[in-house]
Design a protein around this ligand. Structure first.
Ligand code: SF4
Length: 517
């Protein structure tokens, strides 16, 4: 039975946002923006359509005064220099020069107005990019290995698989009304660069001997996700050949669409269905839909490097290198992005790659050109040799632009990283993530030190504060971090973290790392 029929049979089983989606498909708002709202202006937008703007990849920006933020999907985080230039121009012309790299490898603009949106959609489409369904209750940006095709640590190049899955789901009206957001990753990197365990559906590298032949493929994981109730994805007992990845993605998404919960929005993610069914029942349902598949093979995840690539590294192609750049809290400006596009053309392979750690990689640089490339001025700030703590600090948007935020995050994160760099010496990197509310866009739960914003009452009034959690990790032994007792005022976060890290440094045993402490 189609999902509309299921809900029609018992309307009490759906929340009121489901009615908005049934009344008009989220994707229809794109045409309404172009034909109506862009001409009639911000005040003409109905509340229901304002909710549907997410399907266009657009959210209202704080303080809801007519400005919007937009996310642009970048498959595997790999874009051409022309695409990067087009986005830098959009930020320059409409977005006050701001360009943010998100934790899903997307590019995010701010300060847009509704009358600008048709031109922005057109400019993006002209270079093969889309903001559509980068937000909303639909399949979002497909995350992948940013080094796909050039990676010494991948079993296979996953670029085309990510494109294939993206192209199938993008603007596909069979899947544009899911219970809530839906996140996929496909990576063949042995260090889990797609952060598999926190995705609704993820594919990680695996091998299996089939009919005497060693086949490279994937293991499939379902039901991961963060927010207030974080879940680690569960591995299904399946070996997925590359040619079957799309089939599995369609099957899992169909199960979510038709059986995912729609009664309470906070309970609508795939992770709750997987937790209730368990991976065995989920696999049975999947096999019913897509037919039998081989059982699990040999897992090829060797560890987790948290998608950090800073420095100059050899590619799998002899004589070529990639340069991992640090982008402090994921923020750069349009001139810097234009410069990176020029440098990618002049020294590299004309691509720019974004990472889920909010950083950027330039690739295809011949060894003899590395020295000249590194002398470019833009690398003074976006450096391949970042300072210790700044290099591993991630932040969500926070209350500068986000209506759900309780506190400011990005500036605070920079101040804390600068404080730690000035005051703490440590021989290992500590990943520090800031989020402004429980929605966890900054992926606080997987950080060595995760900070979640809250407010505390003081004699001077309510002030920004943070709950601190320690010990998050993905890969073998994956676990979310544990919240420590107490709440720290925003201005004290730097000194408190310095004490925490020094305590660790003095008390750790040999070979112990921060997340094992
Ligand atoms: Fe906004 Fe919360 Fe997401 Fe931060 S974590 S960007 S505050 S919704």
């Amino acid at each position: 039975m189609a999902y509309e029929a299921i809900w029609a049979a018992d309307p009490s089983k759906i929340n009121k946002f489901e009615l908005v989606k049934l009344e008009k498909d989220g994707l229809d708002v794109i045409r309404t923006i172009i034909e109506k709202y862009a001409h009639e202006g911000y005040d003409s937008i109905t509340p229901e359509d304002m909710d549907r703007f997410k399907w266009a990849g657009v959210y209202q920006q704080k303080p809801k005064d007519g400005h919007f933020m937009m996310r642009v999907r970048i498959n595997s985080g790999i874009m051409t220099s022309d695409q990067a230039r087009a986005m830098a121009d959009i930020a320059r012309d409409y977005g006050r020069n701001l360009v943010d790299v998100t934790t899903r490898q997307a590019i995010q603009f701010h300060w847009l107005r509704v009358e600008h949106l048709p031109d922005i959609f057109k400019r993006l489409e002209a270079v093969g990019l889309y903001s559509y369904e980068a937000c909303g209750d639909c399949p979002r940006t497909v995350v992948g290995n940013p080094l796909a095709g050039i990676d010494k640590d991948e079993l296979m190049d996953t670029t085309e698989l990510v494109n294939q899955v993206n192209d199938f789901f993008l603007m596909n009206r069979d899947f544009s009304n899911l219970p809530r957001k839906y996140k996929m990753s496909i990576s063949s990197n042995i260090y889990n660069s797609g952060h598999a365990e926190i995705q609704c559906l993820a594919f990680t590298p695996a091998t299996k001997v089939i009919d005497g032949v060693d086949v490279i493929g994937f293991h499939a994981w379902v039901g991961g996700g963060l927010s207030a109730k974080p879940h680690l994805a569960k591995q299904l007992d399946l070996f997925v050949k590359p040619e079957d990845v799309l089939k599995v993605a369609i099957g899992v998404t169909t199960i979510y669409r038709d059986h995912g919960y729609r009664e309470k929005r906070h309970h609508a993610r795939l992770k709750f269905l997987v937790a209730d069914w368990g991976p065995e029942k989920f696999k049975e349902k999947l096999i019913e839909l897509i037919g039998d598949m081989p059982a699990r093979g040999e897992d090829k995840i060797a560890g987790w490097k948290a998608a950090y690539f800073d420095g100059v590294h050899p590619q799998k192609q002899e004589g070529l290198n990639y340069i991992g750049l640090s982008v402090p809290v994921g923020r750069l400006d349009s001139d810097e992005l234009t410069e990176l596009a020029r440098i990618a053309d002049e020294y590299g392979d004309r691509t720019i790659r974004t990472t889920v750690s909010q950083n950027i990689i330039l690739s295809g640089v011949p060894t003899e050109k590395v020295g000249a490339a590194l002398a470019e001025k833009v690398f003074e700030r976006l450096t391949p040799n970042p300072s210790h703590f700044m290099s591993r600090t991630v932040s969500c948007t926070g209350n500068e632009f986000c209506n759900l935020a309780v506190v400011e995050t990005k500036q605070r994160a920079v101040l804390v990283a600068e404080y730690l760099d000035a005051n703490v010496e440590l021989d290992e990197e500590v990943r520090i993530h800031f989020i402004g509310c429980p929605n966890a866009c900054g992926q606080k739960h997987i950080a060595d030190i995760g900070l979640q914003g809250a407010l505390v009452k003081t004699p001077e009034g309510m002030v920004d504060a943070f709950d601190i959690a320690v010990g998050g990790i993905l890969g073998p032994g994956a676990q979310f971090n544990q919240v420590l007792k107490g709440r720290v005022k925003g201005d004290n976060v730097g000194p408190v973290l310095a004490q925490l890290i020094l305590y660790y440094k003095e008390n750790r045993s040999e070979d112990e790392t921060f997340n094992q402490f």
